[in-house]
Design a protein around this ligand. Structure first.
Ligand code: GAR
Length: 264
């Protein structure tokens, strides 16, 4: 039996996915425990739920950091190892329309991310799960968590069948597009927007009488079983990332990192 894993969680809202993961740990469906819940705003309702379960919590107040940085940047300290050019390069932002705005964006995020890393350092973890965390994490943060090449350890749950509908309103976009199925995806994050290797997906039918609310409800119910299942694979040491290469009809090579899950 593998050693129980230590799971860190970042949230922004209700935290129903965090709840599902905590319950799966308590029920022994995941061999692990949640060691912290961090939020990007003091108003995240999930923080209270975590506290009630005895899980240490912290807040890195993104709205406050961003506001302060925009109005009075000298009040905040940029991390000594921050390199805006390197981050822009890694995120493939080649020629931004507005260089100043990009710098403000990357610098304020790096300040917030340095604070996140500092808070997290008090709670060693094996896996970091984004459970409704509505912030884009930059390479500054990702590279300081993913320190072992080929062994990513930041998972995200997304409310759509990726690669369709990345971004912040997956169920809304699925519904408005007129899709006949919707779904959710758990993936490792990379530098792109919801573009990292897929770990698991679930889908559901969208009926004629569905509404945006009923679609979200159907989706969340799927999320609550999918996320614990994917975390369980990680905890059981059954998961690895492999580089796959395919030759396309035009002779070009298509290469992508994919997640392989070993059968039990
Ligand atoms: C979930 O639907 C999750 O897929 C979505 O936020 C919701 C959080 O709910 N995440 C994203 O959109 C990430 N881009 P919860 O706070 O109740 O777990």
């Amino acid at each position: 039996m593998e050693k129980p894993i230590r799971i860190g969680a970042l949230i922004s809202g209700t935290g129903s996915n965090l709840d599902a993961v905590v319950s799966a740990c308590e029920a022994g469906r995941i061999n692990g425990r949640v060691v912290f819940a961090g939020a990007d705003t003091p108003g995240a309702a999930g923080l209270e739920k975590a506290r009630k379960k005895g899980i240490p919590t912290f807040v890195v107040d993104y709205p406050d950091i961003i506001r302060t940085f925009k109005s009075d940047p000298d009040r905040l300290q940029l991390p000594a190892d921050f390199d805006a050019g390197e981050i822009a390069r890694k995120q493939a932002i080649a020629n931004p329309e507005n260089k100043d705005r990009l710098r403000v964006f990357l610098a304020s995020r790096a300040i917030a991310e340095a604070e996140l890393l500092e808070q997290m350092a008090a709670h060693p973890f094996d896996l970091l799960i984004l459970a409704g965390f509505m912030r884009n994490l930059t390479p500054y943060f990702i590279d300081r968590v993913n320190t072992e090449p080929g062994r990513p350890k930041i998972m995200n749950i997304h409310p759509a069948l990726l690669p369709a509908f990345p971004g912040t309103d997956g169920y809304g976009e699925t519904f408005r597009y007129g899709c006949k199925v919707g779904g959710c995806t758990v993936h490792f994050i990379d530098y792109g927007e919801d573009s990292g290797p897929v770990i698991g997906q679930r889908c559901f039918t969208i009926e004629e009488d569905d509404t945006i609310e009923s679609v979200k409800k159907k989706g969340l119910e799927q999320e609550w079983s999918l996320y614990p299942e994917c975390i369980r694979y990680f905890a059981e040491g059954r998961m690895h990332v492999a580089k796959q290469t395919h030759t396309l009809k035009n002779g070009r090579l298509y290469q992508r990192s994919v997640v392989k899950i070993a059968r039990k």
